[in-house]
Each structure stands twice: as structure tokens, then as C-alpha cells.
Write a protein that binds this ligand. Structure first.
Ligand SMILES: O=C(O)[C@H](CCc1ccccc1)CC1(C(=O)N[C@@H](Cc2c[nH]c3ccccc23)C(=O)O)CCCC1
Ligand SMILES: [Zn+2]
Length: 304
């Protein structure tokens, strides 16, 4: 039986050319990447617009993944590889569990499904309805957002409710920025494909999409697990102010250290401030300009 790692290519959700790490076996090509230094693999499957996951391997007959319907598969696979590389190269973390476990992404989930999620074991992406969303794996910041939920689950374990949940959300948006740092927007590459310039969220201007950016405007609600996708605007704004002040590289270091060393399941916004200050002190010294910039950022959003 002839089977081997192969190199293919395809077009993503927005038409971009993407080189793909694929696998050939008995006349069929698979989105199955064996090239990473992990015990597992990076693999992409399709739910065929049903809700049974992981569904079936995404396959192709000639390793040219160029069909329009394959765009979601192409981007889920390509973007998962990019996020894997980011965590490995920038933070020396081998997959979400730091043990090189397999990364599975399932696309074409549901019918006109306008969302995406990490289900505790894998990433899952809807195709969107073509109006509110294009297939959600088409956005690198969305893929990074989902995979960061997996990292958070295995490290800080921030409970997905109220302030710890909004912090969990913010960590995913901030790492989404680290992967896709051309703008302060979240999901812009797949949100409302017919409308330009808008997004799901903005880290620099949370209010633009109905989020608070100061503790005075914290939304007390039981909806959405205590408003986790709303109140994340407050730590997101602090993240924007921090990154703008100390730069991306220093911010990546203190955010990753806070997430993996200091934060716990019940950490709230004030604990996040303390964890980031401690991380800044660890790297740059307490009283350093970096330390002071972090304090100032959180002061500006009313978190002490
Ligand atoms: O990972 C997350 O935090 C979100 C997971 C949502 C979910 C949770 C549980 C089961 C199913 C789906 C998915 C994303 C999200 O922020 N969703 C928001 C916004 C949103 C997307 N599609 C929507 C459709 C309707 C209403 C809100 C939304 C939400 O679910 O609130 C993250 C990046 C892009 C999509
Ligand atoms: Zn999230």
C-alpha cells in the first residue's frame, strides 16, 4: 500500500491561494498534516452539513483543493497549522495541551450555521448563512480564538461565566490579535461578507459593537453565561492599551505567562491585572516602563 505525506494547494474562503500539508493513501488525498513535531497530527474533517462530529475526513482526488465548497476545509486546515506554529515557535507550546496532541477541525457543521466553537476536544465551524457570516474558518483570528479556548482550558481553566468567563473570552480575542495583528478587529474576514469594514468585535473600540470598555459599564446579566461575549470588551480594551504601549512581543510574553502561570479558574478582572503585572515584573522588573504601562492600561478601564 503506498501512503505518504504530500504537498497540495487550495483556495480559501476568500479565494486566497494556500499551500497545504496533506496525505496520500490508495488514490485519495486527505487534509492530514504529519509534518509537525507533535505526537498527533493536524487533521480536518467535514460534517457534510450535519451535526455529527468529527464526521468524515475532507478528501480530494488530485490534491488541488480548488472547489468553492472546499474553501472552508482549506482554511480550517491551513489556519490550524498557522496557530499550531505560533504557539510552538513563539511560546514553545506543543499543541493545545503542550503534549503534541492531535488538532481536529470539523467544517460544514450544521446548516447555515453562523458560529464556531471548541467543544472540549476539537474545533467546529459553521458555513454561515452567507449574509451574517461566510464559513468561519476563513478568519485566522477566529481559528486562533477557538484554539486559545483549548489552551485556556488546559492552563488557567477560567470558568466560562461572569468575569472569569469574560476574561476567558478576552484571552481568546487577544491571542486572535496576536495571530492576526493587521487590525484591532475580530472576525472581520468572515463577518457580513457583503459589508466591508465591519467586524464581530473591536479591541480598540469595543463600543463600536455594543461592548463596554470600562468597569462602570459592566453588564450584569445571566444571558450568554453572564455576558461573557459582552463584558470581554473591558479586558479587551485593556489589552489594546497594553499592546499599543509595550508592543506585541512584550505583550505576548506577559499574556502567555499570565494565562499559563498565574490565572486560575475563578480569576476575575482584578486578578488578571495582578497576573499581568506580576508577569511584567518577572520579565522586566516591577517599576519598569512595561510594568507601569500595564498598570495604566487597567486603570483606564477602571480595574484595580
Ligand atoms: O468561541 C466562542 O466564544 C463562540 C462560541 C459560541 C458557541 C458556544 C457554545 C456552543 C456553540 C457556539 C464563537 C465565536 C463568538 O464570539 N461567538 C459569539 C458571537 C456570535 C457569533 N455568531 C453569532 C450568532 C448569533 C449571536 C451571536 C453570535 C457568540 O456566540 O455570542 C468566537 C469567534 C467567532 C465566533
Ligand atoms: Zn470564545
Amino acid at each position: 500500500v503506498t501512503a505518504s505525506a504530500t504537498s497540495g494547494y487550495g483556495y480559501g474562503v476568500n479565494g486566497g491561494y494556500k499551500a497545504l500539508n496533506t496525505y496520500y493513501s490508495s488514490g485519495t488525498y486527505y487534509l492530514y498534516d504529519v509534518t509537525k513535531p507533535m505526537s498527533g497530527v493536524i487533521r480536518t474533517t467535514t460534517a457534510k452539513n450535519g451535526t455529527s462530529i468529527p464526521g468524515w475526513y475532507s478528501v480530494d482526488s488530485n490534491n488541488a483543493w480548488t472547489a468553492y465548497s472546499q474553501g472552508a476545509d482549506v482554511d480550517a486546515h491551513y489556519n490550524a497549522g498557522k496557530v499550531y506554529d505560533y504557539y510552538y515557535n513563539t511560546h514553545n507550546r506543543n499543541s493545545y495541551d503542550n503534549s503534541g496532541s492531535t488538532l481536529t477541525s470539523t467544517v460544514h457543521y450544521g446548516s447555515n450555521y453562523n458560529n464556531a466553537f471548541w467543544n472540549g476536544s476539537q474545533m467546529v465551524y459553521g458555513d454561515g448563512d452567507g449574509s451574517t457570516f461566510a464559513p468561519l474558518s476563513g478568519a485566522l483570528d477566529v481559528v486562533a480564538h477557538e484554539l486559545t479556548h483549548a489552551v485556556t482550558e488546559r492552563t488557567a481553566g477560567l470558568q466560562y461565566q461572569y468575569q472569569s468567563g469574560a476574561l476567558n473570552e478576552s484571552m481568546s480575542d487577544v491571542f486572535g490579535y496576536f495571530l492576526d495583528s493587521g487590525d484591532w478587529l475580530m472576525g472581520e474576514d468572515v463577518y457580513t461578507p457583503g459589508v466591508g469594514g465591519d467586524a464581530l468585535r473591536s479591541l480598540s473600540n469595543p463600543e463600536a459593537y455594543g461592548q463596554p470598555s470600562h468597569m462602570n459599564d459592566y453588564v450584569n446579566t445571566s444571558s450568554d453565561n453572564g455576558g461573557v461575549h459582552t463584558n470581554s470588551g473591558i479586558p479587551n480594551k485593556a489589552g489594546y492599551l497594553t499592546i499599543s504601549s509595550i508592543g506585541k512581543s512584550a505583550a505576548e510574553k506577559i499574556y502567555y505567562r499570565a494565562l499559563t502561570v498565574y490565572l486560575t479558574p475563578t480569576s476575575d478582572f482584578s486578578d488578571a491585572r495582578a497576573a499581568l503585572l506580576q508577569s511584567a515584573a518577572d520579565y522586566y522588573g516591577s517599576g519598569s516602563s512595561t510594568y507601569n504601562a500595564v498598570a495604566n492600561a487597567w486603570n483606564q478601564v477602571g480595574v484595580y
